[in-house]
Design a binder for this molecule. Structure first.
Ligand SMILES: Nc1nc(=O)c2c([nH]1)NC[C@@H]1CN(c3ccc(C(=O)N[C@@H](CCC(=O)O)C(=O)O)cc3)C=[N+]21
Length: 283
């Protein structure tokens, strides 16, 4: 047996086409969706993301601006930029690339983004909505994962889901969305004991650890859905958190590249257009 690959690249392309149709509608009403990306310094994973995002935003008709700040930028300078974007009527969505350089207070920066423009869903207001069972603006990677499960009609309600990793950008929000979709969710992390045994209980296993080959066949129940969120650079190649041998054990598996990455960008673009549609409705 070998796993069915969940093709994020093709699924994301279809989703972007639907998003483009919504942008075309907005443009007839003289509204162009605007996305502002704040990139401080040069985290390699962020560089890939920013490059792909700018190109794909343009393809669907979203104006994207990338605000690049040097590695040694001060907290005050980042807050001043965020404040300007909060007040810019052409900017529908603001995304601050994470991680931020160490001298910056990430929590304070995310708190400064206007909740109504928080297209990546990291403001405490939007996280509160998510965890209280009313997801609205949600982190793009988590939204992309849910959309991929839906595209392949993989059931979530009543399933056991194990999330490996508890980061703000992946582990926590995907756990919240799986819970909102009525899965039974366990979040494992670096202090979790007997993680392999726990992972073996999963019908849906989300690997968001940030370590190549972390998930071996010993973690995987035969036939399980395995979602690989890793973006690790190994000898110049992008690899996930899931070892290659898992393919012969899982029922469904996302490839890296071509799985969750493209879905993340498609989710971000779709959410940016949601915000532009709200601007239109406000008149
Ligand atoms: N505020 C914030 N939100 C994020 O969602 C966020 C972030 N910061 N910081 C960095 C990480 C990383 N990330 C990626 C998204 C897409 C690809 C992607 O497009 N990957 C493609 C192409 C890979 C390639 O070009 O080789 C693929 O997997 O097929 C990669 C990485 C989002 N992140």
């Amino acid at each position: 047996m070998t796993a069915t690959l969940l093709d994020g690249k093709t699924t994301a392309r279809t989703w972007r086409a639907a998003t483009k149709a919504r942008v075309d509608q907005l443009r007839q009403a003289a509204i162009t969706p605007g996305l502002a990306v704040v990139l401080v310094g040069h985290d390699p994973a962020s560089e890939i993301y920013v490059r792909n995002k700018a190109r794909q935003a343009e393809q669907v008709g979203i104006t994207s601006i990338v605000e690049r700040l040097p590695e040694d930028t001060t907290q005050a300078a980042v807050l001043a930029l965020v404040d300007r974007l909060n007040h810019d009527p052409h900017v529908d969505g603001i995304l601050v690339q994470l991680p931020l350089p160490v001298q910056l207070d990430e929590t304070a920066v995310l708190l400064a983004v206007a909740p109504a423009k928080d297209v990546d869903g990291f403001h405490p207001f939007n996280l509160g909505q998510l965890w209280s069972g009313h997801p609205d603006l949600v982190p793009a990677t988590a939204a992309g994962i849910m959309a991929l499960l839906e595209a392949y009609q993989l059931p979530v309600a009543g399933k056991n889901a194990v999330v490996l990793g508890r980061s703000l950008i992946v582990g926590r929000p995907v756990a919240a969305l799986l819970l909102a979709a009525d899965a039974t969710v366990t979040v494992a992390h670096s202090h979790t004991q007997a993680v392999e045994k726990l992972a073996q209980q999963a019908d849906i296993l989300i690997a968001a650890v940030g370590q190549a080959n972390f998930v071996t066949p010993a973690f995987v129940k035969p036939g399980a859905v395995v979602i690989d969120v890793g973006t690790n650079r190994v000898a110049g190649h992008l690899v996930g958190d899931v070892a290659a041998e898992v393919a012969s054990q899982a029922g469904y598996l996302t490839p890296v590249p071509g799985g969750v990455g493209p879905m993340t960008i498609a989710a971000l673009l779709s959410q940016t257009v949601d915000l532009a549609e709200r601007r239109q409705q406000r008149g």
